[in-house]
Design a protein around this ligand. Structure first.
Ligand SMILES: [Zn+2]
Length: 388
């Protein structure tokens, strides 16, 4: 079985640590070395393969018949490393095959597997006893994509190696009896965000994404039902669109949030209270969610989802800034317990701007500015690396 130190366990189970700093993916020129190979069984009967390396591994996956091959760049074979194989896994044997300056870790499988999803792969940072650990979880089963499937950490390669359509669920906040916030000029949040959501869907569809709206009309939907649509559609990304209000009418700018048990600041806490209010969900009622989700997901997956959400949110902020859209002062990406983000799908909530600010209310209503917002979101999605 896989040995995980207590410290690592804390690192990967703390959902509060959702706000993990993203480590840039750098292709290290320095030679990597293999430290250990192990397999284990995870709850739900999933097989885990752990490849421990000296430096952050740059890797790609391939799926020849009855094998899973993890190719790590710039690493020599190490005959001194014998794999520790747990019983009851899908892996019969693990061997090392040198291929130029790359090392292929070849796992012989008892049964075929489908392409391993991004949410099932993670790289753990080194701690006391361990180096970097590339962790892959998978189950038996095939899909049409299996044979030719190949995922890679290099963003440039993923686009060509995977022709799968990514699924985006777009959630226009509020609706029906719940108008959201209302500007001084009478502009309703529910109307602005629905308009932006529809424009976003049209653009993403044209770009080859598979998209779903949680609502396409002025209807009221519970927050949990919105999140459930993301799950049901097996979304790769869930984006919830909102507009903000602030007691200070001079406050303006967009902000991007990811889910966290604890709000990053008082303002984020207040905002989550406001956004959750329609369903009378207590911001502090996170416990039940945590319990439900923890049953459904391994801590590893939770961590992966949080990391991916953070990564998308960061890409989103960057795209908005590049488009010259005003950002609300404060943290780059913020965190708060938004009910609508509570799922196993990587997700972010975008406050597109402040309806409480007269200038921004005018902008948010305008077709030109809505298009500008949509283009920035499309850009952020294109820059997001879905495959790892
Ligand atoms: Zn809202």
């Amino acid at each position: 079985m896989i040995r995980i130190s207590r410290r690592t366990l804390l690192q990967i189970t703390g959902f509060g640590a959702a706000c993990v700093a993203m480590v840039p993916r750098i292709a290290f020129a320095a030679r990597n070395s293999l430290l250990s190979l192990r397999t284990g069984v995870q709850p739900g009967g999933r097989t885990r393969l752990v490849i421990e390396t000296e430096s952050r591994p740059s890797y790609s996956l391939s799926y020849p018949e009855n094998q899973l091959v993890v190719t790590v760049s710039n690493m020599p074979a190490n005959s001194g490393i014998k794999p520790t194989l747990a019983s009851g896994t899908l892996i019969k044997n693990v061997s090392q095959v040198q291929s130029g300056d790359r090392l292929q870790i070849v796992a012989d499988l008892r049964k075929p597997i489908a392409e391993i999803q991004k949410s099932q792969i993670m790289i753990l940072e080194p701690n006391g006893d361990n180096g970097y650990r590339l962790v892959l979880d998978f189950m038996a089963g095939t899909s049409a994509a299996t044979v030719a499937a190949s995922a890679s950490v290099n963003a440039g390669e993923t686009k060509t190696s995977s022709s799968r359509k990514y699924t985006i669920v777009i959630d226009a906040g509020h609706g029906g009896k719940d108008p959201g916030c209302i500007g001084k000029g009478g502009t309703k949040e529910k109307t602005v965000v629905l308009s932006v959501a529809k424009k976003l869907k049209t653009k993403l569809d044209a770009d080859g994404f598979k998209t779903y709206l949680t609502r396409s009309d002025d209807i009221y939907l519970k927050l949990a039902d919105r999140a459930a649509i993301g799950e049901k559609r097996h979304a790769d990304l869930f984006i919830s669109l909102h507009a903000n209000a602030n007691p200070s009418r001079t406050m303006k700018g967009f902000s991007v949030y990811t889910l966290s048990e604890k709000a990053s600041d008082e303002e984020a806490q207040k905002l989550a209270e406001t956004e959750n209010a329609a369903d009378k969900i207590d911001v502090n009622g996170f416990e039940q969610f945590s319990k439900d989700i923890r049953i459904a997901l391994s801590s590893l997956q939770q961590h992966a989802v949080a990391e991916m959400s953070e990564e998308y949110a960061t890409a989103c902020v960057r795209a908005f800034r590049r488009a010259g859209i005003d950002q609300q002062p404060g943290a780059n990406v913020r965190h708060a317990p938004f009910a609508v983000l509570r799922s196993s799908v990587p997700s972010a909530l975008i406050e597109l701007g402040h309806l409480s600010n007269a200038g921004e209310e005018k902008l948010l209503k305008s077709d030109a500015h809505q298009t500008k917002l949509v283009n920035a979101i499309v850009r952020s999605i294109k820059n997001y690396d879905f495959d790892v």
